[in-house]
Design a protein around this ligand. Structure first.
Ligand code: ZN
Length: 388
């Protein structure tokens, strides 16, 4: 019997591997911080053996409540992933599974590898509709890639979408894959109508270093990028610094920051109600966006989510608050579950890559629904005499 994790996004510590029913493991924290929750490892030599794997330090994870009603992901081929039974008891995550082959992978969530990332941006470029540009090199020397889709004329609304600031939230890059697939489909009338009015700026992976290192939440320097937006630095958070600079160059009319939530079994969004520049027209845009999102995808709901920030209480070091406030625009954090959508559960798969991908396709509809209103709002902002 053997456990290994030296591969893209692999992460686990082996404590004891003496018998199939007593495999003892520990979560390995991010390389330069204490955050831990992501795991991804390969088990070999246990075919047809009932295995009991205990993750001993599950209680020390970033979100221990994330283990309640949680089922780990498993795959024999790293293409088809399914859920396996687990329970959280006395601070230990206990996974009980009988592998049906000599080699099997277990992961916190269906991974999205760096190779998939490179294929995604390469295929996008091949569509002929995408300008692929390099914003800079990360601390580990990886490329931070930006996809620009649209005509980039000044009358266009600027739609910015970023994903995977938190590298363990792999569902977010699946989401981008779905969004791109639809947006680049020339037979899709919604995509074509969007392209007439907007230029999209998409960063499919804000944190490639953390992704490859198998981190949950931080980059190679240990920075939680979604706390760096007020004062990003080249030493600690170059990824945010460059994206911010590019945004200041292009402007932003609509912003989405895509995430996964360890605890809440729902898809939901959080807006910018606590920022200093929050105004009634933005609140109206938020409502309209959410109404159309509800129609576009039954996976979305607006009942469960984060508590709303009180006026002035928003944390401006977070992307959505900083961007929404700086550009006085509609801005949302979108969260998908690690567990499942409790409103539409799937016992075999839970929430997974394909469901995230479909949600990425669906998001184009609410974006389209609010574009005219954003245009009117911008026109009134440019013309003080027509202030409403
Ligand atoms: Zn996140």
């Amino acid at each position: 019997m053997k456990i290994s994790s030296t591969f893209d996004a692999g992460s686990i510590e082996v404590v004891a591997l003496d018998s199939f029913d007593d495999i003892r493991l520990r979560l390995r924290p991010d390389n330069a911080s204490d955050f831990a929750q992501w795991f991804y490892f390969r088990l070999q030599g246990a075919a047809y053996q009932p295995c009991t794997m205990r993750i001993l330090n599950a209680a020390d994870a970033a979100y221990p409540e994330g283990w309640v009603d949680y089922q780990p992901c498993a795959s024999y081929d790293r293409v088809n992933w399914f859920r396996v039974p687990a329970r959280y008891e006395d601070g230990v995550l206990i996974i009980e599974h009988t592998p049906l082959a000599s080699s099997i992978y277990y992961a916190y969530f269906e991974p999205y590898s760096y190779e998939q990332h490179l294929r995604l941006i390469g295929e996008a470029q091949s569509s002929g509709l995408v300008q692929l540009s390099d914003l800079g090199s990360t601390l580990d020397g990886r490329d931070l890639s930006l996809l620009t889709i649209g005509h980039e004329v000044s009358s266009d609304l600027k739609v910015w979408i970023i994903a995977r600031q938190h590298p363990g939230e792999t569902m977010t890059e699946w989401f981008i894959e779905g969004l791109l697939g639809r947006l680049l489909d020339t037979h899709d009338s919604l995509a074509r109508a969007l392209m007439d009015k907007a230029t999209f700026y998409i960063v499919p992976n804000m944190n490639p270093d953390g992704s490859v290192r198998g981190n949950l939440r931080t980059n190679a320097a240990g920075a939680n990028l979604n706390r760096e937006w007020l004062t990003p630095s080249a030493e600690r958070s170059p990824e945010v610094l460059w994206v911010r600079e590019k945004m200041q160059e292009t402007g932003v009319d609509l912003f989405l920051d895509i995430h996964g939530d360890e605890s809440l079994p729902y898809v939901f969004v959080a807006g910018t109600e606590g920022t200093p520049n929050y105004r009634a027209p933005i609140a109206a845009l938020e409502d309209k966006f959410k109404q159309h999102f509800l129609l576009a995808s039954p996976d979305f709901q607006d009942e469960h989510g984060y508590a709303k920030d009180a006026p002035g209480e928003a944390n401006l070091s977070m992307a959505t608050a900083w961007v929404g406030n700086a550009f006085e625009c509609l801005a949302f954090t979108l969260e998908m579950p690690f567990k499942d959508n409790a409103n539409l559960p799937d016992d075999d798969m839970g929430w997974n890559g394909q469901r995230s991908l479909r949600l990425g396709e669906a998001i184009l509809q609410p974006i389209y629904a609010v574009l005219n209103d954003i245009q009117l709002l911008r026109a009134s902002q440019d013309d003080p005499s027509s202030a409403v």
